[in-house]
Structures are given as C-alpha cells and as structure tokens.
Design a protein around this ligand. Structure first.
Ligand code: C2O
Ligand code: CU
Length: 478
C-alpha cells in the first residue's frame, strides 16, 4: 500500500497533490461536519477572446464565463452551500444550469420553466447545497446550442468528505469546435443539417480550452482524471495507449472500479467519467491518447509524456480506491411503475408526422418549424410544455427508453440521477447511476429512479442540435 505520510513520497506527493493531501490531513484531526459554510462565487457571462488553437493562430472570439474557456472551476465540499451570482453581459438572455446536480427546481436554470431568463445587464443568484460529491459542470440552458457552442461552460467539482489517495486531481474539459482557417468560430449554429443528423460535430478538439499537445506525468504517479464532455455533439471514445485506466465514477456518481469494455472510455455530450489513471510507464516514455469513436475519423487527442524522473512508487503495490457513496435513494424495482419513452425522427428515421403545439403535423410542416425529432410522438419547441409524464413523488419508476432512430442520443434528465439497469433487455453489469445515458441507434435502455425531487424537469438529448430539433420534453414530479 502507499500512503501520503510515508517518507518515500512525502514531499513530492505534497507538492503534487497538496489539495487532496491538505484535506485528508485536516480530516484526520477534525471529521467533516456539514458546517453551515457558504461558498460565494461570481460568474460573469460575456464575450471574450481566447487562444484556442495556440500561436501562430490568432485568438478566437468566444462567449465565456470570467473571460476564460472553460469558465472558472467551482469547487465546494459536499454539504457546503453554494451561492453563485451570475451577471449577464451578453447581448442576449441567458441562464445557468448545474448539470447533474440534484438542486431544487427553482435553481435548475431552465428558461421560462424554472425561472425568468436573465436579461442582458441583469444578475441572478443561484443558491443551493449540492447533495452529491463528484464531477459536474455548468452551462446556459438558453439557446444552448449556440451559447454552449461559443464557449459558455465550466467545471463544478464537489469534493468528498474524505479525499481519495491520489497524487493529483486533474480535470479535462473536452470540447469540440467548428473553426474556420483564421481560428474563428464558424457560424450556422442550429443549422438544419446538424439538427437532423449528428449535431454540430466540429473540426478542432480542445482540452481545457486549448488544443493540447502533451500531458506531462511522472512514472509511478496515480491521478484522478475527471473527464467532462462539454461538446455540443461530439461523442468521445478515448483509448489510453499503454495504460488501463479504471472508471471510478460516472456522471459524478461512484461506480465499482472497472476497466471499460475494449479499454475505451466513452463519453457522450454532457457526460463525465472519473478515471483512476496509474502511470505505469517508464521514465522518458510517451504514449498516445486516441479518440476512436467515429469510425475512420480516429485522431490523436494528445500524448502522455513521462518525465525522466525515477518512478514515484511501485504501482503494483497500490491499494484499490473506493469513493464513498452519495445519498441517493435506491429505487424499488419490484414496486416500480413502468413507462415507455420512444425517440423518433431524424434523417433515415422514417418518421412521417408528429404532434406539434397539440396538432398533428407532417414532416414538411415540422421541418418548417425546425423540428425533426419527437419523443412519444410529440415534437417540442421551447422549454415549456405539457409533461410527457407525471410521476408521483417518492415512488419508484422504470423508464424504458427506446431509441427508434438511426442516431445515438445522450439522454439527460434534470433533477434526479437514475440507475441504468438494462440495455436491450440485458441487465447492466454495474447498474451505474447516471444523469445522461448514451443510447446507440435502435438501442433500448431501462433507467430506474425514485421521483424524489418535486417540480417540472427537462428530459432531453444533450446533442444540443437534437434538443432544439425536438428531442426534449418535461417530466413532472408532483
Ligand atoms: Cu446539461 Cu438540460 O442540460
Ligand atoms: Cu440526440
């Protein structure tokens, strides 16, 4: 086993992992109680100019929080209250949604459904206490296909009461941009081709807001790597050549540590994966991290580059890592009520018509309104509509999600996390908790949860062009 107090690692580990170490040390002295601490944060949403591609390419005009992409990392301890005042200096309305956090409905940041959008020049204060530790992120919910696409997003980390033993806690916010030759962002947000096909998949991938060449590491290091997919549409499947990182959390929620199928770490838009990355290579070595999701479009994301320093420790002797559970309520699968939720439409989907504004509309009429998708036969525009489903508070539900389209969809439920219990009728191995579940074309996925958070919650595809094109609905918990 290795520990931070051991003389062999002491100073180095302290330098590398001072944050987690400091917490661990403090905890031994004084167990954490949910002290009525409040973290105050100020976010300004405004146009900015940042270097996405790096010199010699020019900087890129973006919309962002705090003048940077990604926006400032918000970090709180579990049980700590968070107050974020958001000032809108954009030329249009905005809101902030705390993706994956189980917040009270009025703090959920959905325009018109949970709040009046924040007008230019105005400020809104979000005030809530994140119940779950883990990796989350924040982004606008107003015209998100353009606002997120232009750079409005940031990481939000809720620390466990007891930090796990790693040398470094690293976040990679992944994004995908459609850039022109001069590194400016291509227009055409929400264009019909993107809406009806794959979404706005771009041509430039950034890690923490920058096209990145190398990730420097040291042999023997153990890293908690938090991946956040902030892209509008790109799905990532990362392969860490020469390494076998284990997934320890999905969408913020702990999961039994495991190496994923095919050693590919798959993240649909909005999803998060926490990896335990053991740097088992040798000093001076270099390995590629490759994204191989889209067949024949595989590319190198970056290189993992080992310093020449001697290994920090023998990782073969490293202890397994276990994250503490979050306070989620277990659904009762025997008593659960079942509902079917079917996604239809899109190119090659064969949808002929759908209900729009309470009336049946044929495909041509739908497309005139920018809609090409439907949930349970309803194509929804805007955020406010009759609920797809009304659930009774504190009861268990199983939703059978049926992807009756030719495209993948990362389906996101606000307000509650759910267990993914089955795929195509087969029980899942890890019964993972998620807030965004990636469904492949024609796939059926069962999700189960207790409807314990009252309010009207969005349920939508997080390919943001699909969302605006109708893969969206409201689930009411009353
Ligand atoms: Cu990340 Cu409804 O959103
Ligand atoms: Cu979709």
């Amino acid at each position: 086993m290795f520990s931070f107090s051991g003389p062999a690692v002491g100073r180095r580990a302290f330098l590398l992992g001072s944050a987690s170490l400091a917490c661990a040390t403090a905890l031994n002295v004084q167990p954490r109680v949910a002290r009525a601490q409040t973290r105050e944060v100020k976010l300004v949403a405004a146009p900015g100019r940042v270097s996405l591609v790096g010199p010699p390419h020019p900087d890129t005009d973006v919309w962002c929080y705090g003048g940077r992409v990604p926006g400032p990392e918000i970090r709180v301890r579990q049980g700590e209250r968070l107050r974020v005042s958001v000032e809108n200096r954009l030329a249009e309305e905005t809101t902030v949604h705390w993706h994956g956090l189980r917040v009270p409905n009025a703090m959920d940041g959905v325009p018109h459904l949970t709040q009046k959008p924040i007008a230019p020049g105005e400020t809104f204060v979000y005030d809530f206490t994140p119940p779950d530790a883990g990796t989350y992120w924040y982004h606008p919910h107003q015209r998100s296909f353009e606002q997120v696409g232009r750079g409005l997003y940031g990481p939000l980390i809720v620390e466990e009461p007891q930090s796990i033993a790693v040398d470094r806690d690293v976040t990679w916010v992944l994004d995908d941009w459609r850039l022109l030759k001069d590194a400016s962002i291509a227009g055409g947000f929400g264009g019909m081709h993107d809406v009806s096909h794959n979404g706005r998949v771009g041509n430039t991938v950034t890690v923490n807001g920058r096209v990145t060449e190398a990730f420097p590491v040291r042999a023997g290091e153990r890293i908690r790597l938090r991946l956040i997919n902030a892209a509008n549409a790109r799905i990532f499947a990362l392969e860490f050549e020469g390494h076998a990182p284990q997934i320890i959390a999905l969408d913020g929620q702990p999961v039994e540590a495991h190496v994923p199928a095919g050693e590919r770490v798959v993240l649909g838009p909005a999803m998060r994966v926490d990896l335990l990355l053991d740097l088992t290579g040798k000093p001076g070595q270099r390995f590629r991290v490759v994204d191989s999701f889209y067949r024949s479009l595989e590319y190198r994301l970056l290189d993992v580059v080992y310093a020449d320093d001697a290994p920090l420790r023998d990782l073969a002797k490293a202890e397994p890592v276990r994250l503490p559970a979050n306070p989620l309520i277990e659904p009762d699968l025997k008593l659960a009520t079942r509902h079917e939720v079917t996604l239809g439409g899109g190119m090659m989907g064969g949808m002929m018509s759908a209900m729009m504004d309470g009336k049946r509309a044929d495909m041509r009429t739908l497309m005139h309104s920018g809609l090409v998708w439907a949930i349970n036969g309803i194509a929804a525009k805007g955020h406010v509509h009759e609920p797809l489903l009304t659930l009774e508070r504190n009861r268990s539900y199983i939703l059978q999600l049926i992807n009756d389209t030719a495209w993948p969809h990362p389906m996101h439920l606000h307000g509650m996390s759910f267990r993914v219990t089955a795929r195509n009728g087969k029980p899942t191995r890890h019964r993972e908790w998620q807030d965004t579940v990636l469904m492949m074309a024609r796939e059926r996925v069962d999700i189960a949860f207790v409807a314990d958070n009252p309010g009207d919650w969005m349920f939508h595809c997080h390919i943001l062009e699909h969302q605006v094109g109708g893969v969206m609905g409201v689930i009411r918990v009353a």
